[in-house]
Design a protein around this ligand. Structure first.
Ligand code: SF4
Length: 304
């Protein structure tokens, strides 16, 4: 695992592509049924104006330009020649299939792009879209990201997710049938959940065995409904030690080869209200590594 005790996306992509591969986050100009009035107008409780994609390019410029801007930003820190086009914010399969096909192919034709990552909702994957994804999966390295966040109905209601667990199950079965990689997002630290509740969601993802997982801390960001809720109903925020403990427990129960895309949150620092410790991402990552080492454990240690 390249010095790590869990299988990072970086490691996985390096193994597959034999060199460093970075993600370029695109804004494809989509909206979301949970925001355009189809299911709701306010979106998920934590969703920001940017549709949970604070680091994506601007929807007002063409993809080519977004790619150039993103590459420039990344180049100050990383040297890479290969990239995954990541449609990150809002619901990136929410549109006419012809439009989706055009925009995905446009991204795939950009210089250095070797794959496609599409973040969406499980209730936005009809037969026609699944067929399109099937075709794309045959010609490029594709993964689909689904924001499940929790398996618990009480949490789904709290975050206003707008679909039941059965919809997610149906979607991952359809995607798996077509050998399409799926990455499941879970939020750690919802006020509706105990540590046991969180680990039940992790166990569920471990058992459904999707290709990848993203674990991120609940963060309260200014300008979201969650922020307003928190101001009016302050709730206990996980402290860093508790968070590290849950992440290490979670990693232990995941399959060894599941690709861990993320183990911490990522929010614009200037908008972050809580948890303050999450602003220091490097420290969180280092603490997770340290804890894994101290416990002499690793991803999959308790996966049965
Ligand atoms: S599904 Fe995604 S884009 Fe839509 S409201 Fe929820 S977080 Fe925002």
């Amino acid at each position: 695992m390249n010095g790590k005790r869990y299988n990072t996306l970086n490691n996985e992509l390096k193994t597959i592509f034999k060199e460093k591969v970075m993600k370029l986050s695109f804004d494809g100009g989509f909206t979301c049924p949970n925001r355009d009035g189809t299911l709701g107008r306010r979106g998920c409780i934590f969703c920001s104006e940017e549709g949970s994609g604070e680091f994506a390019g601007s929807r007002f410029v063409p993809l080519k330009e977004q790619a150039e801007q993103q590459k420039k930003l990344l180049s100050s820190k990383w040297k890479a020649r290969k990239y995954i086009a990541y449609f990150q914010n809002f619901t990136n399969t929410y549109g006419q299939v012809e439009r989706l096909e055009k925009i995905y192919n446009e991204a795939l034709e950009l210089e250095g792009i070797v794959g496609l990552a599409i973040a969406t909702r499980p209730d936005c994957l009809d037969e026609k879209i699944l067929d399109l994804l099937d075709d794309l999966n045959r010609k490029t390295f594709l993964w689909i990201e689904l924001g499940l966040q929790s398996i618990h109905e009480k949490s789904a209601k709290f975050i206003r997710r707008g679909y039941p667990l059965s919809t997610y199950e149906k979607a991952i079965n359809e995607l798996k049938k077509r050998n399409i990689r799926v990455v499941t997002h879970l939020i750690i630290g919802l006020p509706t959940e105990s540590k046991e509740d969180i680990l039940e969601s992790v166990k569920y993802v471990a058992q459904t065995n999707t290709w990848g997982i993203k674990l991120h801390s609940l963060y309260i960001q200014e300008g979201t409904d969650l922020y307003n809720y928190f101001i009016n109903n302050p709730f206990k925020i996980l402290d860093k030690d508790d968070y590290i403990d849950i992440i290490v427990n979670a990693l232990e129960i995941l399959p060894r080869d599941m690709v861990v895309h993320r183990v911490t949150g990522d929010c614009k620092k200037e908008l972050l209200v809580e948890p303050k410790w999450s602003a220091d991402k490097l420290s969180v990552l280092t603490s997770i590594d340290k804890e894994l080492k101290e416990r002499n454990t690793f991803q999959g240690a308790k996966n049965i």
